[in-house]
Design a protein around this ligand. Structure first.
Ligand code: X2X
Length: 333
């Protein structure tokens, strides 16, 4: 009977379909929170994805984006997506590792040589291993990871040209055990702060340095409060697009398909956007006054080896995950 009523109602409405957005209220009205300014490709592609999802589900799934830490910092959003207060969140691998330790395996220092290695691993066995682990805490991770980038170090004072420059450096790192361990291993004095606090912590000199991919330094205007950038490429970092497990399972299969395709395809476009930005962002930051220098990665790697960093994290991540990483990048420790 219900089908009959719907079909009948659709007839007079047909001419109206193009005008107002959607006749009915959405069946799934969901929130998505993230930590980046709206000018970052992650936000722009996510916005396109939620518009596509609304269109292709005929308004049944409506996702509202709360960018730029509007709902709180990473730690807050991580607990909200677990409780269902928000349905989607894009934590960096570094940050979701506070809950799913193996998720920070892609961030092992100086592991990836280039993006070819990164995507082969994250779209392959290593990514599958991490997604499994994420599912065990009742979160769903979409297949395609989004790009944050290779992380670089910036300072307000002297430039860092080799590992000796790390000694005692007061550097902000994300809220992540791996970041703290790695920067201690390098000889620095790291402090964990959520991204929402980074600009003001640099401005007020609570810390002297931070590390992030260049597109983040650009969109968050960190060049206003930093002088030098060392191209260290010390970590490759990406975002997992995750959903609350209960909400995701409650979505009918045909809608799950539409949402998955839209989000994964947006992720692939976002990777291309970052690749495009990577070609131009240094020149832009230079023109805004940030000075750049290269570094000698071997001096950093040697400190990590000597401090026992690789051995420790091999044990913490376990043989299976470490094996997946080494299958992609070669022997590490
Ligand atoms: O907090 C950071 O540094 C950032 C923006 O890169 C992450 O989300 C980990």
């Amino acid at each position: 009977r219900r089908t009959v009523l719907r079909a009948a109602a659709a007839l007079p409405a047909a001419g109206l379909l193009a005008a107002p957005r959607f006749a009915r209220a959405a069946e799934f009205e969901w929130k998505y929170g993230h930590n980046l300014p709206v000018t970052h490709p992650l936000h722009i592609r996510a916005q396109e994805a939620v518009e596509r999802i609304a269109r292709e589900t005929n308004g049944r799934v409506e996702i509202k984006i709360f960018p730029n830490n509007q709902l709180g910092g990473d730690t807050d959003m991580l607990s909200q997506v677990r409780s269902g207060g928000i349905t989607f969140f894009t934590p960096s691998a570094l940050v979701i590792a506070t809950l799913v330790p193996v998720a920070s395996i892609n961030a092992v220092g100086f592991a990836f040589a280039d993006y070819a290695q990164v995507w082969k691993a994250m779209d392959g066995g290593l990514g599958a291993h991490v997604r499994q682990a994420i599912s065990r805490v009742n979160l769903f991770a979409f297949e395609k990871m989004w790009d944050n980038g290779f992380r670089q170090m910036t300072t307000s004072g002297r430039a860092i040209t080799e590992a000796a420059g790390m000694d005692g450096l007061k550097i902000r790192v994300p809220v992540s055990p791996l970041s703290i361990s790695m920067f201690r291993g390098l000889g620095a004095s790291p402090a964990s702060l959520q991204f929402s606090e980074v600009y003001s912590a640099l401005q007020t000199k609570v810390v002297d340095a931070q590390e992030n991919p260049l597109p983040i330094i650009q969109v968050a205007k960190l060049y206003e409060v930093q002088k030098s950038c060392a191209l260290s490429n010390h970590i490759w970092d990406g975002y997992w697009f995750i959903a609350n497990g209960r909400a995701w399972r409650g979505l009918p299969a045909e809608l799950q398909r539409v949402v998955s395709i839209a989000i994964n395809e947006a992720g692939l476009k976002q990777r291309d956007d970052i690749a495009g930005l990577n070609a131009t962002v240094q020149a832009d930051l230079q023109s805004k006054g940030l000075a750049f220098n290269g570094t000698n990665p071997e001096s950093f790697r040697a400190r990590l080896r000597d401090s026992g960093f690789y051995g420790e994290w091999k044990t913490r991540f376990g043989e299976e995950a470490w094996g997946q990483l080494e299958a992609a990048v070669g022997r590490l420790a």
